[in-house]
Design a protein around this ligand. Structure first.
Ligand code: NAP
Length: 272
């Protein structure tokens, strides 16, 4: 690893718990590969300390920005000075750029990362009818990104149906021509089926949808990264479906996050 010197720029990831985060080695390898004198460090920050920590980070001149993950994503918009469209639409922030004058610009790259991950594996969502289980932070970000990517129709299913209805209403305001529907557990009739819930993390979790209704013509995409093969993925494979795992959503975000924090994208308050 390149030695850390007085000239090294730094970035952080804020989470609670922190031990499981996968981003620092990926960002550090990216910076090293590009010859950039920059490093990302993990910061274990509890929810009650978030505002104080974020305020302190504004004053560090060698600080480029940070990733916010569980449980901080929905608390971050109120702590930023400006937000990207995605962050406003979903009401969450997972990446923050500190501008040279100490302002904080919040963005949300979960949805863009998911779509980029699909495309990197040869799956083009434009024109597809998509079923999404989950209307939480990740499900909402994925829904907006798929709509922007040109999906033909979105069906949203969620345990809390009111949350799904609210997401559909928000999507309809931004994408009035999109074919939107409230779904149940049957995902048939959709070319792409997405698990956007947290179901699958634990071995005793129920499936997020009725796998007996899956058809070999469908692609089933997961967002859960651990375990790498969820019960839904195994069930979808058994039904003859093509399966797309959860990890590409993160790995595809790495370059996007680094560019955002370093101000290399216009939306991050940096040069166009
Ligand atoms: N691969 C990646 O890069 C990546 C990125 C971000 C997040 N994730 C993963 O995405 C998952 C969800 O994150 P999030 O931020 O969207 O969380 P969230 O906002 O808390 O939403 C959780 C979602 O899961 C549903 N859910 C939870 N327990 C359920 C149960 N027992 N039965 C039915 N539905 C249930 C919730 O439904 P209700 O609304 O009914 O509660 C909601 O739709 C996390 O596990 C995280 O690891 C992965």
């Amino acid at each position: 690893m390149t030695p850390i010197t007085g000239r090294t720029r730094f970035m952080a990831i804020l989470a609670d718990p922190i031990h499981h985060v996968m981003t620092p080695p990926l960002i550090n390898a990216l910076c090293q590969g590009r010859g950039q004198d920059a490093v990302m460090v993990p910061m274990h920050v509890r929810a009650e300390a978030l505002a104080q920590v974020v305020q302190g980070l504004r004053g560090i001149e060698s600080f480029d920005g940070f990733i916010a993950t569980v449980p901080h994503k929905t608390a971050m918009p109120a702590l930023c000075d400006a937000l990207t469209d995605e962050a406003v639409q979903v009401g969450a922030v997972n990446v923050v750029r500190r501008t040279p004058d100490g302002r904080l610009v919040g963005g949300l790259l979960d949805g863009k990362g998911f779509v980029a991950g699909l495309r990197e594996h040869g799956i083009e969502p434009a024109g597809l009818r998509v079923y999404i289980a989950g209307a939480g932070g990740a499900g909402s970000a994925i829904a907006f990104a798929l709509a922007t990517a040109g999906a033909k129709a979105l069906t949203i299913a969620n345990r809390n149906a009111e949350r799904a209805r609210e997401l559909i209403a928000r999507l309809a305001r931004v994408h009035p021509a999109l074919d939107l529907a409230l779904g149940g557990p049957d995902a048939s009739g959709h070319g792409l089926v997405v698990n956007g819930t947290s179901l699958g993390l634990r071995p005793d979790d129920p499936l997020p949808l009725d796998a007996s209704r899956l058809h070999p013509s469908q692609i089933v995409a997961e967002i859960i990264m651990q375990p790498p093969e969820t019960a839904l993925m195994a069930a979808a494979r058994a039904r003859g479906c093509r399966v797309h795992p959860g990890l590409p959503m993160l790995t595809s975000q790495i370059a996007l996050m680094a560019a955002f924090m370093r101000g290399e994208t216009a939306e991050a308050g940096g040069p166009p």
